[in-house]
Design a binder for this molecule. Sequence first.
Ligand code: HEC
Length: 419
Amino acid sequence: MSVDLKSISRNSSLIFIIGLLISWTAANSQALAQTYVSGKVITADGMVVASGAVALEKGQLHNNAFLAGGAIGPDGTFNIPLPSGGPWGLHVYSEKYIYFPLQIQITAGVENDVPVILPVDGKTDDDPMISNIQFNGLSDQVFQITMQVEDPNKNLGPQMLAIDTKRFKSYRLVPKSGDLKDLKADFPAGEYVSPFIPVALDGEDLRDWLLAVADHQCSNGIIYNGLGQSIFKPLVAHSESLACEVPGIWKSNFDKVYQFSQTESGDLTGEQFEGNLVIDTMAQAGNKVSLVFGFEGKKGSADLQLSCRDNGVLLKGTYQYPDRSGDWVFTKLKNANVAKSGKKLFEANCAACHFADRKDKKVGPGLAGLFKSPKLPSGKATTEENVRERIVDGGEKMPSFKHLKDDELRAIIDYLKGL
Ligand code: HEC
């Protein structure tokens, strides 16, 4: 499958997924709220990556105006502040997986949650290779990175990246002999240099820097830190408990990944990642889900059944297509994103007992200015940790909110921070 996937990476079918998989977690209207892009990186074989790099180019995808970036944490998540909203190109690198760069639309002042699914790179012996990473101080306040890049199948792309995970910045390295005019051309093997980086090398922890390279087929090899150490950590099992419902991200027995969603009116829709199958209609009655789809100019249909057991959430059934029919089995990889804002969550869960705009007591203390005071009403230090603990555990007269999902909790806390 990876060969198949790789072969389309050059053509414009990528446009197909532009903006497809974006959802907004917060419509928080706080004027000063920071803009973030965040996500959890899961793989098409149902795991969560525990290491990797994220780089973002501002504006149109493939204009190579790399600006922001960060690391994927051991829980597979990233959360990167961005200087502005609007269009950005998202690139995600994790060893042994490939990624199709995605055009995303970022809303300023909120956290923009982007689901990221990495297809398995079935062929890793053609991955580009980095060696001889050097950080050279040019003055007290400026340094430059150089590295050697090789590629067995000689189709390097323009993405030779250094990512400053502490300051959430990314820089593109160019061939020492000069950048190529045509960024779609195959880039040469050899030495690459970064722009001048306005950071004092002295005191810099080079483990905060990541170096990643991709070729035109979206293959990336080992990702290194600035000390030249591989950052790879073994994948972890996907611990999200999967909701027994159709909305979410699914993988089919044909190795394709789909997102199924519920529309405002309650109907279902579906989109295929990186492929030519188009879902025309999708309807659910009880456990039965029926699909009508278009593929290569012809129409097909499918009858599926939602089944949820210990071993996973499945949609299983058969498809009918003019010249063939067969089994179609989808395995759920990820729940649909909860597109609820912190404000809405607060109103639904907390407002009965807490004022958001006053300090006086309703049932519990008023939460205006909560994060601006060094101490919480209980006298504990004002830390995100303590507030989170209070929400999850409750208090004497406050119920526990253990059922809130992690991103919901995060949205509520972000909202409280703006009060
Ligand atoms: C049924 C009423 C009730 C609801 C609902 C409720 N709280 Fe509370 N909350 C209280 C009370 C009462 C206190 C004071 C401490 C106590 O008695 O537990 C409190 C205390 C707090 C504190 C102060 C903690 C400290 O250390 O001083 C925070 C922050 C807080 N609540 C946040 C929330 C958030 C966020 C929600 C919604 C997710 C929420 N509460 C929902 C009643 C409530």
